[in-house]
Design a protein around this ligand. Structure first.
Ligand code: NAD
Length: 498
């Protein structure tokens, strides 16, 4: 059985804790590999390696750091397809979707290539007599990223690329469910010229995370995953005086106005609701048609589309989506559908019993569609994270603005309309971090920042884009007077510029 260890000090390191986790093939349900679950001493070894590598890397000029990023982009091209296949084999998403996962990560590496420009400070000449005032950005030191299973290339790259480009040393703790791609990313960075110890990967679970959270040498933590863990990491990390940003779960609504292009809205709901088996934090899980006529037309068009979704193994390039990552998550999703039925929602398409011929033990589930879901129901309040779309019928526009605004999650939201006034009012008033107008998955591009509101985001700064440079650096402000020989005598009053 293949064994996946850690990546410490520029090379693979075997797990020594004696604990291992299973990595499954989601198509068959079989165990495909064993992943080491790091104990305290392994994480401490990674921290020590990062600590030792930090001063040299921080002192490397930003253009040289950028060159490592450029080289990494070049190297990854030659094995793009292999990496996407590896990703599919552990996650279950289709090959084209895995390529998208890698691509969205590479776009942040491209952004990080601009680090000489991004880290430029500010300078005020002549702020006083012979006085210049300037601010510079400096890296924090050893920083860590804890990432979820659902984007095993994109999110590790969102975390490590800006952090490293800023001159930090990084420890990645990827999801134990699909650890192979993050390991390969670290190897490629070293091949691209990154000094050993600047990027380390420790595989593991809570034990590894807790060591990162409490060790004083780790200066900042970036987390992406479910909201309950995000809250725990935010509280524990900040209590240990770290800079922390945590991105949590979601319940993304898509409002469909009566004047929307209905075919475009249905296409959007199908792609954003069921792509990647709904295992995306920006998946649309709630459709909000406004008015009875809109709702009836939408349902009429939606039902046959959900019924005809093509579900296949992750190797099937024609499949709309593949299996869920684990049997555990599949059972959880099925449980939510049972709950929805008990709560009185109308299950108009039931994919619970779907079986894929030849893959009877795989983690497959058919598309599910609920109508007449009410805000008090558990299936509306909680994140399901599966191919399940809930339709909540809104009587008017005001109710459609209120629903996502009052939901405890606030990651993404979309409105489909042809009316500019409505779109503008909605984008201004809705209490959600990322908004799409006739665009179902409004994930900002790499040079803007990504982050949700309410229980979808904890901390002040978002990920990638300009916020990532702010998060991974601290500002130092210098007041300098030349010539240094100026003699004014002792001043007992606070210096002012009158
Ligand atoms: P998860 O919370 O189970 O795991 C995330 C990370 O936390 C993993 O590395 C895991 O090993 C670690 N972890 C798990 N339990 C822990 C514990 N008790 N203590 C410390 N660390 C622990 O999330 P997941 O199932 O891997 O990913 C799916 C979730 O991530 C969904 O809720 C999804 O919405 C969310 N997500 C959010 C975003 C975003 O940007 N807001 C992006 C992607 C995914």
């Amino acid at each position: 059985m293949r064994e996946i260890g850690h990546f410490i000090g520029g090379k693979e390191a075997k797990g020594t804790s004696g604990r291992f986790g299973d990595v499954f093939n989601p198509n068959t349900g079989e165990v495909a590999a064993k992943v080491a679950l790091a104990g305290k001493s392994e994480v401490e070894k990674a921290i020590a390696n990062a600590q030792a590598a930090f001063p040299g890397w921080a002192a490397t000029n930003p253009q040289r750091r950028a060159r490592v990023m450029f080289k990494f982009l070049e190297l990854i091209q030659s094995e793009y397809d292999d990496l996407a296949r590896l990703l599919s084999s552990e996650h279950g998403k289709t090959f084209p979707d895995s390529k998208g996962d890698i691509q969205r990560g590479l776009e942040v590496v491209e952004f990080a290539c601009g680090i000489p420009h991004l880290m430029k400070g500010e300078f005020s000449e002549g702020a006083g007599p012979g006085i210049d005032l300037y601010s510079i950005r400096q890296p924090l030191g050893v920083v860590a990223g804890i990432t979820p299973f659902n984007f095993p290339a994109m999110i590790p790259l969102w975390k490590c690329a800006p952090a490293i480009a800023c001159g930090n040393a990084f420890i990645l703790k990827p999801s134990e469910r699909d650890p192979s791609v993050p390991m390969r990313i670290a190897e490629l960075f070293v091949k691209a010229g990154l000094p050993e110890g600047v990027l380390n990967v420790v595989n593991g679970d809570k034990a590894a995370v807790d060591t990162l959270l409490t060790d004083a040498r780790v200066k900042a933590i970036g987390f992406v995953g479910s909201s309950s863990i995000a809250e725990y990491i935010y509280a524990t990390g900040t209590a240990h005086r770290k800079r922390v940003q945590c991105f949590g779960g979601a319940k993304n609504h898509m409002v469909v106005m009566p004047d929307a292009d209905m075919d475009q809205a249905v296409d959007a709901l199908i792609g954003a609701g069921y792509g990647s088996a709904g295992e995306r934090c920006m998946a649309v899980s709630v459709a909000v048609p406004v008015g009875k006529k809109t709702a009836d037309t939408l349902m009429q068009k939606l039902i046959p589309r959900v019924e005809s979704l093509k579900i296949g193994p992750s190797t099937d390039q024609q499949a709309d989506y593949g299996p869920m990552v684990t049997r555990e998550l599949l059972d959880k999703v099925r449980g939510y559908i049972d709950t929805g039925v008990k709560e009185g929602a109308k299950l108009v398409v039931d994919g619970r019993d779907f079986k894929l011929q030849g893959y009877e033990n795989g983690n497959f589930i058919g598309g599910c569609l609920f109508d007449e879901v009410k805000p008090e129901m558990k299936i509306y309040r909680e994140e399901i994270f599966g191919p399940v779309l809930s339709v909540v019928r809104a009587k008017d526009y005001e109710e459609a603005v209120r629903l996502p605004s009052e939901h405890e999650y606030g990651n993404g939201v979309a409105i489909f309309t042809r009316d500019g006034d409505t779109a503008r009012d909605f984008t201004s008033r809705v209490q959600v971090g990322m908004v799409g107008v006739n665009f179902a998955i409004p994930v900002p591009l790499a040079y803007h920042s990504f982050g949700g509101w309410k229980r979808s985001g904890f901390g002040d700064l978002n990920q990638h884009g300009p916020d990532s440079i702010r998060f991974y650096t601290k500002t130092k402000t210098v007041t300098a007077r030349w010539p240094s020989g100026t003699k004014e005598g002792a001043e007992f009053v606070i210096p002012t510029m009158r």
